[in-house]
Design a protein around this ligand. Structure first.
Ligand code: SAH
Length: 345
């Protein structure tokens, strides 16, 4: 077993650890400041921590980010970061600058067990959950790559894996990100957790009082189509899913996001758009239509632009805020549903 990683620990856990090592809680708070405020993970560089404390820390724990194996820039300004984890597994994060924002898309698992028919990650199966340290580490590594004075402004859990299937590590990383005093201090409104629709997870997340944004990968407005695309729908169909969504606590102007991958001849008809309008009735919803991103061996295609726009118009006419999300990083295999990294070599 390797030494526990300080990166990803809650500030309160760092304080407890400091006490265990014979120092004061204050030392733990300083440590949190170095890791999360300053993004410094080298214990040697933490100049205001007493030497004995640093030595004791080094004997009990380590502070390390996942190894950044490569950072591939896309023509659109985004970057795909590929990390090699301690066991040789690989995951990626995508950094997307846009309009003054810098959004990072984080992975939560190696592979994914939900096997959505249109998703390349879904063909990998699930290898394992990421630890909170590996999740937080992706964000710290992204910040470290940015120019001085720049930092990630928005976080989306839309990389590899199903966040709500790795619930404990997800919530721990959310607490580190949103802790305003000793953590990274992100407003929960700048953080979005996306799910295939794990009803029990949505209910639990709603009770955490984290106030982060919820995004549902919907992709169809009828159980018949959704079950064909997403096996998870056979366990949790649209009825229980929408009930859980309606119960998710929202702040005054907060919305629930719905992702809808546009698949030629599958879910792009005007009938389906009208069904979607009915399904979303009474929900403060924002819909993101994602034109399908192709991958080798997939059996789907992106609909013609006119059909995507017609679908959008039906929603807009019904008063549903709807944008078409042209994925970033398609040229570098970083677009939605394109994340897959070989484990070896
Ligand atoms: N497992 C979570 C987090 C992944 S988010 C979830 O499903 O929500 C990634 C988003 O990209 C999901 O909405 C997913 O359905 C979508 N996606 C998957 N494959 C895609 C593809 N080939 N083209 C466009 N979007 C895709």
């Amino acid at each position: 077993m390797s030494a526990p990683n300080l990166v990803g620990m809650l500030p309160s856990q760092l304080e407890d650890l400091a006490v265990e090592l014979g120092a004061s809680r204050y030392r733990g708070r300083q440590l949190a400041g170095w890791l999360y405020r300053k993004g410094v993970v080298d214990l040697e560089a933490m100049s205001d921590l007493p030497r004995e404390f640093r030595t004791a820390l080094g004997e009990r724990a380590q502070a390390a980010l996942p190894d950044l194996e490569r950072a591939t820039p896309s023509q659109d300004g985004s970057q795909k970061l590929v990390f090699r984890l301690d066991d040789g597994a690989r995951v990626s994060a995508v950094v997307m600058p846009d309009d003054g924002r810098i959004t990072v898309c984080l992975s939560t698992q190696v592979g994914c067990g939900y096997a959505c028919a249109f998703c390349l990650t879904g063909t990998m199966g699930l290898t394992r959950n990421l630890t909170a340290s590996e999740i937080v580490g992706q964000l710290l590594a992204a910040n470290a790559l940015l120019a001085d004075g720049e930092r990630v402004t928005h976080v989306v859990f839309m990389g590899m894996g199903e966040p709500l299937a790795n619930y404990t590590a997800l919530v721990q990383s959310l607490r580190v990100f949103t802790d305003a005093k000793l953590g990274l201090g992100y407003s929960p409104r700048r953080i979005t957790v996306s799910t295939v629709g794990l009803v029990s997870g949505i209910e639990k997340l709603g009770r955490e009082d984290l106030k982060v944004n919820l995004a549902i990968s919907l992709h169809a407005a009828s159980d018949e189509v959704r079950s064909r695309l997403m096996p998870v729908n056979r366990a949790w169909g649209l009825d229980p899913l929408m009930t859980a969504v309606r119960a998710y606590p929202l702040a005054p102007r907060q919305h629930v996001f719905f992702e809808y991958v546009m698949l030629d001849g599958v879910n792009d008809t005007s009938d389906e758009a009208q069904r979607l309008v009915r399904l979303l009735r009474g929900i403060r919803a924002k819909v993101n239509l994602i034109p399908f991103n192709d991958w080798e061996g997939s059996r789907f295609r992106r609909p013609p632009l006119a059909r995507i726009l017609a679908f959008q118009s039906i929603l807009l006419d019904a008063g549903v805020t709807t944008t078409v999300r042209w994925s970033k990083g398609e040229d570098i295999g970083a677009a939605c549903g394109q994340l897959k990294e070989p484990a070896l070599a």
